[in-house]
Design a protein around this ligand. Structure first.
Ligand SMILES: Nc1nc2c(c(=O)[nH]1)N[C@H]1C(S)=C(S)[C@@H](COP(=O)(O)OP(=O)(O)OC[C@H]3O[C@@H](n4cnc5c(=O)[nH]c(N)nc54)[C@H](O)[C@@H]3O)O[C@H]1N2
Ligand SMILES: Nc1nc2c(c(=O)[nH]1)N[C@H]1C(S)=C(S)[C@@H](COP(=O)(O)OP(=O)(O)OC[C@H]3O[C@@H](n4cnc5c(=O)[nH]c(N)nc54)[C@H](O)[C@@H]3O)O[C@H]1N2
Ligand code: SF4
Ligand SMILES: [Mo]
Length: 887
């Protein structure tokens, strides 16, 4: 199965965000090469910083290479037997409700289909849920309430054709960068286009915005309710569409009027000015071609489903749906968030978009030829882990997700896994917070090795094709699960020898007794030969007899997937906004940075992706920072009754007063106390079960660091016991930032313990001032550098880390080493442009010497001219530098 495939390049799909860009990739022993695929409809050749750096993720460093059972590496037969025996034993003793699978939108559709079939079709329980619960569940629930099916109506091109694009709770410049670049280009071509961003904080996405509504956290539904009332009064309602194609208008309007009686009431509830609200409503009324793209700022809330409904209500009421340039558009996060929904990966759904109704259970039982189809919904992610903590679920198999970092109340999740009888983890990397809790570890094939399909935000199914052999014993997830299923005695249901066979069955099921009832219908693909499957071009579902070439837009005929064909407006009641605590605590807003992916397992080890944000940070408004005694660049301790996080303070006028933003990427292998989900309370949306990951509360305070340190080392260093550390990858070394409350009595002893005593050590001690500097060379090559002492350790990190790329240091460099080259102190800041390694200081300098716009900066420094992910930041820097110059 692992035959070498090194002829290239193959056309495949990026494994990161839901934009789903096409990639041309080739891999050989000398390294891989990755480019954008010009023929892919999502990106037409573009890639963002993460996609452009994909080749750097393929060197097998840190990979899980062999199955591990009870701490011992073993072969597949032993490991698969151990998984099957373990599951069987628990089921025999406690019944099927005592086992569960927890999956992920990073599985391929074929993997996901097998997982769902195994649990819901053969184990006879619906104990399978996925990280999509933390991501898309509110959008799914909102779609189902409004359209009768979980279907995204529109396509990417709609935003390009729109006159008004509203980005609600989306930082697309960083999270859906290529779609955002398409929007930027469209905006340039159509100067009349308006862009509105709704987000409590000012983000890179706001750079494109004509209007930024920095609303109070959790108040989105009031804003949209007001917008439902407003067109009713300004005649923007589409009376014919409403009459002919919808239901529930009166009830929805009544609820909206109660929650948003006037513009000034909306303004007050949302913490905006009445003028801002009125201007937004007027722009909405004036532009029929409106696209509202929404993401986690809307979904990840205790009122997520209602917030989605409030958006959909407005689009339905104005008939702005199913038409070119108009529609609500849920931006999906993961590469296969959509595929997971199609196969029924969520605990409250069956395969092929079927609900858990008696009819559907019967249909599936006949199609799968099994009698065990689950007929009750299973626990949703947070509840599933509650059951593990309570000991009701005794065996869990976790696949392609890192719940010990990404679930709310993450310390409790980690502890629950620690106490669970049987934890099986399938992952591609060896060391994660979740693999650390596993009894059995299964090495999964990763991107570049895997073979199957994914579905992006616009319902486009694309192939992920392999172009390299899996290292070690790694195997695809569908293969692993099928082999376990066979051992459990379900061989007849899992005869698969290729992903194509799984896909054909999935496609056939989507059409099975469908008769137009379920929009998700790809039955035209059920007969693909292996060769046709290999050659499958990107195609948007439905793909059936009526639409053999796919479908760009759903509901164009005004017929929805409800029993009567009408869409439903849903009443959204007045709401209680997420407030900060009365003790001075702040709303904890969490999310993403531009160049990292989730818990950093795949991007944290890539030098060019680590410069933009090299350590965990907490961004807060100057007023809050001052009130809390937090200085820019100092360390903060953020704590509540669940846990604590240490992060670097960024004072930022773009933050909304009363809130603090912390990225959720930093995990155990990359920082001492960086897991922000340890602070997030498991408050769930009552309908979707999605946690309010953006609205926790926390009280930040200064972290009294008696010393800080800079440590660069060619090899990873064990830093257990150091109160604060964070690791960033450089080209030839690891770059650690350290700090502690009490300085070690003897720094030389400290460094011997951590870094060993071998090699030639240069040392500089100043015991009086508590300063220590040391560097280690082996055969003239730099191995480690340590600077420690009170306060920030100023040194030219870029220069120092560059020395690790040299085979040996010349005497001048050795002499300069312990000075840290402060005299030349370029003092490089974090990189803005990851592709060319250009930082803010260089950009400011370019402006001082005459560059007047981002294009001119690009000509001089290259910044922004490759993937374009940093253009928003470059423009912002040019703007502020020009403003400073003229001030
Ligand atoms: N670089 C990068 N890109 C990614 C990912 C990644 O890890 N890294 N992950 C992918 C995945 S899985 C997902 S789900 C997407 C997520 O994509 P996004 O949803 O765009 O990303 P987030 O940063 O989670 O959150 C978006 C914004 O919601 C805002 N927000 C917080 N509270 C509220 C509120 O009450 N109302 C409103 N309107 N906004 C609020 C935050 O300030 C934040 O700017 O990104 C995908 N793309
Ligand atoms: N506070 C807070 N928490 C959040 C969020 C937030 O905004 N704020 N966002 C939430 C959202 S939207 C999401 S999507 C989640 C993401 O959270 P997770 O899913 O936990 O994050 P990842 O780091 O992507 O974890 C994926 C794991 O699967 C492994 N992997 C990758 N590919 C494969 C594969 O093909 N097979 C197998 N078996 N393993 C593979 C990776 O190495 C990695 O360990 O986090 C959620 N948690
Ligand atoms: S926008 Fe970037 S991360 Fe998302 S699919 Fe495209 S290249 Fe990958
Ligand atoms: Mo997500």
């Amino acid at each position: 199965m692992s035959e070498q495939r090194e002829a290239g390049p193959v056309r495949t799909t990026c494994p990161y965000c839901g934009v789903g860009c096409g990639v041309r990739a080739a891999g050989g022993p000398e390294g891989a090469a990755v480019q954008g695929d010009r023929r892919h409809p999502a990106n037409a050749g573009r890639l963002c910083s993460k996609g452009a750096a994909l080749a750097d993720t393929l060197d097998d460093r840190g990979r899980l290479l062999r199955p591990v059972v009870a701490g011992q590496e073993t072969d597949w037969d032993t490991a698969l037997d151990a998984v099957a025996d373990g599951l069987r034993t628990v089921i025999d003793r406690h019944g099927p409700e005592a086992v569960a699978l927890y999956c992920s939108g990073q599985l391929l559709t074929e993997d996901y289909y097998v997982a769902n079939k195994l649990v819901k079709g053969y184990l006879g329980t619906a104990n399978i849920d996925t990280n999509s619960r933390l991501c898309m569940a509110s959008a799914v629930a909102g779609h189902k309430r409004a359209f009768g099916a979980d279907a995204v109506p529109g396509a990417y091109a709609d935003a390009e054709e729109a006159d008004l694009v509203v980005l609600a709770g989306s930082n697309a410049a960083w999270t859906h960068p290529v779609w955002f670049q398409r929007l930027q280009a469209a905006r340039k071509a159509n100067p009349a286009m308006q862009v509105v961003v709704i987000d409590p904080r000012r983000t890179a996405t706001c750079e494109l915005a004509d209007r930024h509504l920095a609303l109070a956290p959790g108040t989105d539904a009031v804003l949209w309710n007001g917008l439902l009332v407003h067109p009713a009064e300004s005649d923007a309602f589409e009376a014919d569409f409403l009459r002919g194609h919808t239901g529930g208008v009166e009830e929805a309007l009544r609820a909206a009027r109660a929650s948003a009686p006037s513009i000034s009431a909306v303004a007050e509830a949302c913490g905006l000015s009445a003028a801002e609200v009125a201007a937004f409503y007027a722009a909405f009324a004036a532009n029929e071609r409106t696209v509202t793209a929404f993401s986690q700022g809307v979904n990840q809330s205790e009122r997520g489903t209602d917030q989605v409904s409030a958006i959909l209500n407005v689009h339905l009421a104005t008939g702005r749906i199913g038409r070119p340039g108009a529609g609500p558009f849920s931006l999906t996060g993961q590469p296969n968030a959509m595929g997971g929904r199609e196969v029924g990966g969520l605990a409250n759904q069956l395969a092929a978009h079927m609900e858990l109704t008696p009819d559907a259970v019967d249909r599936l039982a006949r199609f799968w030829e099994t009698e065990a189809v689950a007929d009750e919904p299973g626990p949703k992610a947070v509840e599933l882990f509650d059951r593990i903590a309570e000991g009701r679920i005794k065996a869990v198999w976790i696949m392609a997700t890192n719940p010990a970092v990404s679930l709310p109340d993450a310390d409790r999740v980690r502890a629950a896994l620690g106490d669970c009888e049987l934890v099986v983890v399938s992952d591609c990397v060896a060391r994660t917070d979740t693999t650390a809790t596993a009894d059995i570890l299964l090495p999964a094939a990763a991107w570049g090795e895997k073979d199957g399909t994914v579905t992006n935000s616009e319902r486009c199914i694309s192939r992920q094709r392999p172009f390299r052999a899996p290292p070690g014993e790694a195997r695809p997830d569908w293969w692993i699960m099928s082999r376990v299923a066979r051992r459990l005695g379900f061989g007849r249901g899992f005869p698969y020898e290729s992903p194509a066979a799984v896909f054909r069955e999935h496609a056939a099921l989507s059409g099975f007794e469908n008769h137009g009832a379920r929009p998700f219908d790809i039955s035209a693909l059920a007969g693909l030969s292996d060769a046709e499957y290999d050659a499958l071009e990107p195609v948007q579902w439905p793909v059936n007899a009526a639409n053999p070439r796919g479908t760009a837009r759903l509901f164009s005929d005004g017929v929805f997937a409800t029993a009567d064909g009408r869409a439903r407006l849903v009443p959204v009641e007045a709401e209680r906004p997420a407030g900060a605590g009365s003790d001075g605590s702040l709303v904890l807003n969490t999310g993403r940075v531009r160049d990292q992916w989730h818990t950093m397992t795949r991007t944290g080890d890539v030098a060019r992706l680590s410069e933009h944000s090299p350590e965990p940070y907490a961004a807060l408004h100057p007023e809050d920072a001052a009130a809390l005694g937090l200085a820019d660049g100092a360390l903060a301790r953020l704590a509540n009754d669940r846990g604590e996080v240490l992060a670097r303070v960024r004072v930022d006028v773009g933050q909304r007063p009363g809130s603090v933003f912390v990225p959720f990427h930093w995990s155990g292998p990359f920082a001492a106390r960086g897991r922000v989900d340890a602070l997030v309370a498991p408050r769930l949306d009552a309908v979707s079960g999605q946690p309010a990951s953006k609205h926790a509360t926390v009280l930040p305070e200064p972290f009294a660091a008696a010393w800080e340190g800079l440590l660069l080392s060619r090899r990873p260093v064990e830093l257990d016991g150091v109160p604060y550390w964070a690791a960033a990858r450089r080209i030839a070394c690891w770059d650690y930032r350290l700090a502690g409350g009490e300085a070690p009595a003897d720094w030389a002893a400290w460094r011997r313990e951590r870094l060993g005593a071998q090699g030639d050590w240069l040392e500089l001690r100043d015991p009086g001032a508590g300063r220590y500097r040391a560097a280690c060379l082996v055969d003239g090559r730099l191995e480690a550098v340590l600077f420690a002492g009170p306060g920030a350790q100023a040194a030219d990190r870029a220069w120092l880390s560059g020395l690790f790329e040299q085979a040996w240091l010349d005497p001048g460099q050795r002499n300069a080493l312990l000075a840290g080259r402060l005299e030349e102190g370029a003092g490089t800041g974090p990189a803005v442009c990851a592709c060319f390694g250009v930082d803010a200081a260089q950009i400011r300098e370019a402006v001082c010497s005459g560059a007047v716009d981002a294009e001119a900066v690009g000509e001089r420094l290259g910044a922004g001219t490759n993937c374009g992910s940093c253009l928003a930041e470059v423009r912002e820097l040019v703007r502020t530098s020009l403003a400073e110059e003229t001030a």
